[in-house]
Design a binder for this molecule. Structure first.
Ligand code: 9MR
Length: 548
């Protein structure tokens, strides 16, 4: 339907001001909250009780629900036991309500920004339970009638858990888990429900596009809701929050898969902390802005498709300058508060995609051959050498080459690495000087791992790590260090195939280069530069199994 609206320069309107007015006939909504009025609420964060007016204008112009970025977290509301400090949070909530915004509460239980007296310092289980329930009850009761929904529990599941069918074993080892045990999850939800039966209660987490994490969350919510089907009239957990701290490499297919699984539980889903990293050092090229816009557009199209089950889509930052990840320019407005392509992408995804989707030349995956034979000098001399020297990050550190052999049961990989620091100080295995091999036995190129997909990592000191953990079975490796070079030989059993001549498998090899200070400073690859090979096999190179 044609609408008559007052048109002012778009940028001025977008940040809530209007310099020159002129009447025009416009067809399309100009604000996010209007564009999505029939779909879901649109949210953003409030940075504090005294948030800058121009940022607040973006909030009220485009959004209809607000989340406090920090001020409602446990350390701000109850730093000292029994002393609740609601002043800043009250100011945020009352201002938002007076401006016609709804308010979402974030967060009652988390492993961060929580005072140690609550669950550390040797508190007993009983004390920790009392601390958790008192905090949740007091906070929820305080905001009763003002806050429509709560992130009751934040980030309780570990990243990429190896056995996601067992949700309890997949819990992050947070102080709450250590002090109470796995039932802390139910305990905090029950306390919140009793305190305000009308508020919607959410479980909230990041990396939910990772199949293993999403599976563990799915199993947790399913189990708890099946055991608590009627707590004050409905299942205990009302909703799942997919935070959505994404990057330009995020595959919307993985987001959609998790969304579908959560919806199948009968719960509401919300996108609770959306931002999309792109660019470095606070700068983005024009091409990066468009790529980022295309990811925003693709995601908003996914959200529209499932709108019936989505409560709200909340962005984590009004603008790049005030974002927690400002180096990576993740929001829709730039430092000077002008709308970026990402804004127009969210406003009208189809139009943005139609105007900007360049026919990206489909990059052919690199191809090489694995030669039949078990490792010996003669066999290795037959195998072609592939370079591992395409860098994923700005720094160009350790690189190398790989040769591959195969027989019916296993793949044998020999990697030579040069220019390494030989540092394994970092507790994250991927930040140590190490070699990784990715295998996709059916070359299915799926955006998530299937049973035939695995990741194998060996550091220069021959310490191996696996994803998923079950891939350790039958695996063997040796390393040999000489100066700044090392070699790694890996024997990787096939999991789902009996290999034969002519088979084609997905394959990639990666070299992680640590700095002398023990942080990963470079990543060299054979083929896949997406940075997602640990959960997405679509970018791997291709290996043909041949006999010579
Ligand atoms: O944006 C928040 C930042 O200002 C805080 O310093 C940080 C503390 O850990 O928390 C940030 O918000 C987080 C949110 O509460 C939970 N999900 C991840 C968000 C980004 O770290």
């Amino acid at each position: 339907m044609l609408k008559r609206i007052i048109l002012c320069p778009l940028a001025a309107l977008l940040i809530g001001g209007c310099v020159k007015e002129k009447e025009a006939v416009m067809q399309e909504p100009q604000t996010l909250k209007d564009a999505y009025a029939d779909y879901f609420l649109i949210g953003n964060i409030v940075k504090g009780a005294n948030m800058d007016d121009s940022l607040y204008n973006i909030l009220t112009t485009h959004h209809n629900i607000a989340t406090a970025e920090n001020d409602m977290k446990p350390q701000y509301l109850q730093r000292t036991k029994g002393v609740f400090t609601f002043d800043d949070a009250d100011a945020i909530v009352n201002k938002a309500l007076s401006q016609g915004l709804k308010v979402h509460g974030h967060t009652l239980a988390w492993h961060q920004q929580t005072p140690a007296w609550m669950n550390q310092d040797g508190v007993s289980r009983d004390e920790a339970v009392a601390n958790l329930t008192t905090h949740a009850r007091t906070v929820v009761e305080h905001f009763k009638g003002k806050v429509v929904s709560w992130d009751v529990l934040n980030e309780a599941i570990a990243d990429n858990p190896p056995n996601p069918e067992d949700w309890k074993a997949s819990l992050r080892p947070s102080p709450w888990l250590q002090a109470i045990g796995a039932d802390y999850v139910e305990i905090v939800f029950k306390a919140a429900r009793e305190a305000d039966p009308a508020a919607k209660l959410y479980y909230n987490d990041y990396n939910m596009d990772n199949t293993n994490k999403a599976t563990a969350v799915y199993n947790m919510v399913k189990d708890i809701n099946e055991r608590n089907p009627d707590v004050r009239g409905r299942p205990l957990i009302d909703g799942i929050g997919m935070q959505g701290h994404y990057s330009s490499h995020t595959n919307p297919v993985n987001v959609e898969n998790s969304l579908q699984r959560f919806i199948s539980l009968g719960v509401e889903v919300s996108i609770t902390e959306l931002d999309i990293q792109s660019g470095e050092g606070g700068k983005q090229t024009d091409a990066q802005k468009i790529t980022q816009g295309l990811v925003y557009a693709a995601l908003f199209n996914v959200f529209k498709k499932y709108a019936e089950h989505i409560g709200r889509v909340t962005m984590w930052g009004t603008d790049d300058g005030s974002s927690w990840r400002k180096e990576a320019c993740p929001t829709m407005f730039d430092d000077s508060l002008s709308p970026k392509p990402a804004f127009f992408a969210a406003l009208d995804p189809d139009k943005f995609i139609a105007e900007n989707k360049v026919d990206v030349e489909t990059k052919e995956a690199k191809q090489s051959e694995a030669v039949y034979g078990t490792p010996d000098e003669d066999a290795w001399s037959q195998a072609p050498s592939i370079p591992i020297d395409s860098y994923l990050m700005a720094w160009q550190g350790a690189s190398g080459t790989a040769k591959i052999l195969w027989d019916e049961t296993s793949l044998y990989v020999l990697v030579n690495v040069n220019n390494a620091e030989m540092n394994k100080a970092n507790q994250n295995a991927y930040e140590q000087d190490s070699v990784e091999v990715f295998i996709d036995e059916n070359n299915g190129k799926t955006p998530f791992y299937e049973k035939d997909d695995g990741q194998y990592r060996v550091n220069f000191d021959n310490e191996a790590t696996f994803n998923p953990a079950s891939m350790s079975e039958g695996f063997e490796s040796q390393t040999n260090v000489s100066g700044r070079s090392y070699t790694v030989s890996l024997k990787i059993p096939f999991r789902t195939i009996t290999a034969k001549e002519g088979d084609v498998i997905g394959f990639d090899a990666q070299i992680n280069g640590a700095s002398a200070q023990g942080a990963r400073q470079s990543v060299a690859m054979w083929n896949d530069l997406s940075g997602s090979s640990y959960q997405d096999t679509s970018g791997l190179g291709v290996l043909k199994l041949v006999k010579r």
